[in-house]
Design a protein around this ligand. Sequence first.
Ligand SMILES: CCCCCCC/C=C/C(=O)SCCNC(=O)CCNC(=O)[C@H](O)C(C)(C)COP(=O)(O)OP(=O)(O)OC[C@H]1O[C@@H](n2cnc3c(N)ncnc32)[C@H](O)[C@@H]1OP(=O)(O)O
Length: 720
Amino acid sequence: MAQYTRVSGSVGLITLQNPPVNALSAAVRQGIVDTVKRALGDPKVKSVVICGQNGIFCGGADIKEFGTNMSGPPLVPMIHAIEAANKPVVAAIEGSALGGGLELALGCHYRIAHSKARLGLPEVSLGLLPAAGGTQRLPRLIGVPAALDLITTGRHVTAAEALQLGVVDRVAEHSTVDAAVKFALSVAAKSLDARRISTYPCPRPSDFDALFEGAMQKVRQSARGAIAPVACVQAVRAAATRPYLQGMEREKELMATLFTSGQARALQYCFFAQRAVSKWNMPNGARWDTSKPRPVHKAAVIGLGTMGRGIAVALAQTGMSVVAVETQEKQLMEAKQAVSGMLERGAKRRGLTPAALHKISYSHDIQAVADVDLVIEAVFEDMALKKKVFQQLSAVCKPGTFLCTNTSALDVDHLASQTRNPELVVGMHFFAPAHVMKLLEVVYGPQSSPQAVATAMQLGKKMGKVSVAVGNCRGFVGNRMLKPYIEQAFFLLEEGATPELVDRALEEFGFPMGVFRMSDLSGLDVGWRVRKGDGLVESGSASGQPTRLREGRRYSPLGDLLCEQGRFGQKTGRGWYQYDKPGSRVARSDPWFHSFLEEYRARHGLVARRIDHQEVLERCLYVLINEGFRILEDGIAAGPEDIDIIYVFGYGWPRHRGGPMFYAGMVGLATVLERLEHYRQAHPDVPYLQPCSLLRRLVASGSPPVHRWREVIKKLHSQL
Ligand SMILES: CCCCCCC/C=C/C(=O)SCCNC(=O)CCNC(=O)[C@H](O)C(C)(C)COP(=O)(O)OP(=O)(O)OC[C@H]1O[C@@H](n2cnc3c(N)ncnc32)[C@H](O)[C@@H]1OP(=O)(O)O
């Protein structure tokens, strides 16, 4: 809807009304068309102001309408009618003007933004392009290079940057609507000839071809198969080479391809999934909207290794006081230097002074955490050590302190049982580097209180994380699903693949790194230690375990054998690949590994066969998806969105493929099931390939779309 009032005698004020973000639904578009007509037809009205209610101009086209039978007036002629008006129209931008919202403002003759407003054309992140004239007007207004940047990245700019770029004409410090009305009165009699952006010639940069070639190369490199950024470049190129109306035709044509694409569906699914996961619920009925978080003013981190340092930085950047504890004096000094460096660099990047530096105090004594509201333990991944820390924390901390663990796989319940108040214990599983990576798994056990979960979720939000609440099991969601994925990659090497082939298949799919390059980066010794702890590594006559079997299940010792050679990955300069020197990042094919693999196969009577990308993807990804279904069946994740967001934000799953569970729906659940059955038959000693009963059930019930899986899961749980 849009409300119309006449203010200051001669200004028609149009207020967009569609909470919470005044998205341009059919009703809003109709409201704009009607009220603009009314204002232009009213002889007392000399100028018009468009604003949004509740301090937000407009969040763009209504994404919930996409994929439905879209009715109501289309955006392009609506915006064109505003631009063609014979009375000045001023956009009063408060809060956000994004996507179609900014395109509406670009159709107005003047734009005034509040100093705290944010503006942008983020359509690319939804798999689209700014198809309401944005790709044609913006380059005409601010030039091709700046428009290319905003349109291909979708980044939001502050009002100050928008003013500098020329996107807005003025910035207001106080009421933007008042300022816009005053301004509208002052320009009422002025000619509009020079104010219609579509009539501007598009400035043609001298390095035209190089500019577009560079832009195309950049998006192809960073987008890894995403089609929208490429279409954005093509649309801006049309603005620079064609007259406005022909450019608009090109914009429409490109949008038509994107609008119905699977990538747009996947990206829009991610948009809503990201918001859905903040509305968490636990199997015991506790929910986000009925569980009140407790404020955290002071927090502590125990253990200042790589993870602890990143967590300390993330906490301090929220502005709260942080106590950082490390019992080893040398490690403490090194950590202090490293944390200060990270905070200084972070502040410099954001053009701020490093105020957070003074928020951290350091100690080697655990007693220093006595008065904090929340502790995050980040000591070495060793159960005995963590148990001891939790016993100490339980004794030292004031009553009511939340005790959190950053373990990536160990049993949170077991740690909780070491404390006097297990209801105050949750997992807060960060991803490295902890001050950069957006994902946080908040792990609750059967005894965790809703308040503890709510507090951890809220703290995650404060740190700028996308937090997902999950149940407690080995590896939680992310690492639990990773295990069968890595296992398949090892088996593929045994059967004839190379690390290069497996990685190429996964990288072409869209992962920033294939499984072996990732393993080299994170360190092969991490998994080795876990497998040792599980008693998997020892084989031979002493242990009674055959080399390639563990309790009747197929096992590949390849990773263990590399570790025995001291090949831990990048840090040792050798792993699945070789590196110029320890710590180098460029992976190069390693002839040593190739002959080692050949000898290994010969030793075990394995005959290498030709493996193609399709098989790599099917085996690695479907087995990971299958474990995702098991996680849903076990109630560890509340819905497929939780799993997908974990994979997109924590494990590099390409966002334009929507996350593993969404991807399974796109491929077709029946296909995933059929391929798993096929591979299970070929490898009967690999239990992870056994299709999960939830997957079978979903296929049997007609493979419903992903947003309806929760109903099937609920039914399944009610029958157990
Ligand atoms: C062929 C015909 C098509 C022509 C299209 C022409 C081209 C135009 C395309 C577009 O405009 S696409 C949309 C572009 N806009 C965006 O991408 C902005 C998306 N929104 C945001 O970034 C943020 O929501 C915000 C506006 C910055 C506000 O952030 P905040 O953190 O305050 O709130 P949220 O939790 O994100 O959102 C609240 C609530 O609102 C829903 N929502 C937000 N934006 C939209 C939208 N554009 N359409 C529909 N719904 C929207 C969001 O899902 C939340 O809903 P609930 O979770 O509360 O249900």
